[in-house]
Design a binder for this molecule. Structure first.
Ligand code: ADP
Length: 485
């Protein structure tokens, strides 16, 4: 088959994408995949809702009127705009009554009650856009918000000739979020109450939108190979492990990439001094600046400095830190943490720092620039996650020569090997403490081996090009299935 015929037209269907709207890692993936996919020969576009924060006056109108019929009696008038970013076309579905709101999914800690409608309409609009464009051959969907795309395609549009050959890939970025709603929403979404059974969208008395996508999508993937296995187990399957085991033949794991234009100490504008694997001297300046920023003593400069940047969420394993906080404080070193989220952990960290202001520094909040400075200035980066679909900070840490200490789960396990970091398996405070102590001991007793470890990590490449190559081959398999398989 000629290369030209292999060029696949991909539409990324996503509820968020950098640089337009972001609440989490999904936006990074959706915003970063386009350019390298294009280099791999895929013709890529992205479609997402036009939220309030996306300035309409900067967009180009494309389809002034794209009606979306949810049911026989209920339609939404949407229109489509576009913009280009790094050579990739972004389509925005505009429907002010659904998306012109202060936040993306939740407001003041509460989910918008009509989220099923907002993303049901968006999923249908994406399909209508694909039909209008006529070119997309793969709709690459993400998480529960767009999980209805494969459901609608395989049911309502099953006999629509223009869409008959369109394939779907559903990426799971975090199985913990499934889009659970009351039974009545099925009818409102035009899917029919008959789908309320355990073989379809029913899930313990609720409607589970992600489950629908997992059943109907042609291919499934998650954001790391280890997580793709873990979600097939009862421990991390969130009740969907049986279904995922059943579909394991179409499920794969592709580790997210890192945007090295933003995260590289050689040219990072946020840090006190730039440095590289060849010349590490700037890292000490970064450490000194970081200690000062947190009001920690200069005498800590020669001692191990542990860094943490995270959402303060129970997923991230902060209860382990709480459990052995006394032992961590007893280490002859210092610790800085940046995070926000669960008030319980915010209070824990604040109190910890207040009790030991000379060695524990804490900032509660979201501060991207400080996150860079912690990556650059720390010696050790701690990630004790209970589960971690992919995780980015461990990959940033490796590039910054900040040796990661991670729980061996999901993308942490995949990205960190023992020649470049420290891993612990059991989700206990003692297991974490013992890995931290190993790291601290090596740092203090064998600086030469420590530097070798740092350099090995710094040389590792997690660029998006590699991830995009793997996505390109999944698209290719979708479009040219192996007849013998
Ligand atoms: P998750 O998506 O589960 O939050 P990831 O490790 O995949 O975890 O991505 C988290 C991203 O958000 C990283 O880029 C990290 O640096 C950033 N981040 C998390 N919390 C904060 C914070 N409080 N301030 C600045 N950046 C943060």
């Amino acid at each position: 088959m000629g290369a030209q015929q292999d060029v696949a037209s991909i539409l990324l269907v996503t509820s968020e994408a950098n640089p337009f709207a972001k609440t989490g890692g999904l936006a990074d993936v959706a915003g970063a995949l386009g350019p390298p996919l294009r280099r791999h020969g895929s013709d890529v576009a992205v479609v997402m809702p036009r939220y309030r924060q996306i300035d309409l006056s900067r967009l180009t109108p494309v389809i002034p009127h794209l009606p979306v019929a949810l049911t026989d009696t209920r339609s939404y008038a949407t229109s489509v705009y576009s913009a280009a970013d790094q050579g990739v076309t972004y389509y925005f579905v505009d429907c002010p009554q659904l998306y012109d709101r202060e936040d993306l999914y939740t407001h003041e800690g509460k989910d918008y009650e009509d989220n099923y409608l907002r993303f049901g309409v968006f999923s249908l609009a994406a399909i209508e856009l694909a039909r209008h464009l006529g070119t997309p051959r793969v709709l690459h969907c993400h998480d529960w918000q767009t999980a209805l795309v494969p459901v609608y395609l395989k049911t309502r549009f099953a006999r629509t000739p223009a869409l008959a050959k369109v394939k779907t890939l559903l990426s799971i970025h975090n199985l913990g979020y499934q889009g659970l709603f009351d039974r009545r929403v099925l009818r409102e979404l035009g899917l029919g109450d008959a789908m309320f059974n355990s073989e379809q969208l029913e899930f313990y008395g609720k409607v589970n939108l992600l489950k629908g996508g997992l059943i109907y999508a042609d291919r499934l993937n998650t954001v790391s190979p280890t997580y793709s296995r873990e979600i097939q187990s009862p421990e991390l399957g969130f009740g969907l492990d049986g279904l995922l085991r059943k579909r394991s033949h179409v499920l794969s794991g592709i580790l997210n990439g890192v945007d090295y234009s933003q995260w590289d100490p050689r040219h990072d504008p946020h840090i006190a001094a730039n440095y590289s694997a060849e010349d590490l001297s700037g890292k000490l300046a970064c450490k000194q600046a970081l200690l000062r920023e947190f009001g920690l003593a200069d005498s800590c400069l020669t001692k191990p400095l542990i860094g943490i940047v995270s959402r303060f969420d129970s997923q991230k394993g902060f209860d382990l830190i709480e459990e052995v906080a006394g032992d961590l404080t007893a280490i002859d070193g210092a610790l800085v943490a940046l995070g926000t989220g669960n008030p319980r952990y915010e209070a824990f960290f604040r109190n910890w720092a207040a009790a030991h202001p000379d060695k524990i520094g804490v900032r509660v909040g979201f501060d991207n620039s400080l996150a860079h400075r912690i990556e650059a200035g720390s010696d050790i980066f701690l990630m004790p996650s209970r589960y971690e679909p992919c995780g980015l900070n461990q990959m940033y840490s490796l590039r910054y020569g900040t040796v990661p200490v991670v729980r061996a789960t999901g993308g942490l396990d995949d990205a960190v090997d023992e020649s470049k970091g420290f891993k612990f398996r059991e989700s206990t405070g003692q297991a974490m403490l013992s890995a931290v102590l190993q790291a601290v001991n090596l740092f203090c007793r064998d600086p030469e081996r420590w530097r070798t470890m740092m350099r090995r990590g710094m040389e590792q490449d997690f660029s998006w090009d590699q991830a995009a190559a793997q996505y390109a081959s999944v698209y290719c398999e979708l479009l040219h299935p192996d007849p013998t398989a």
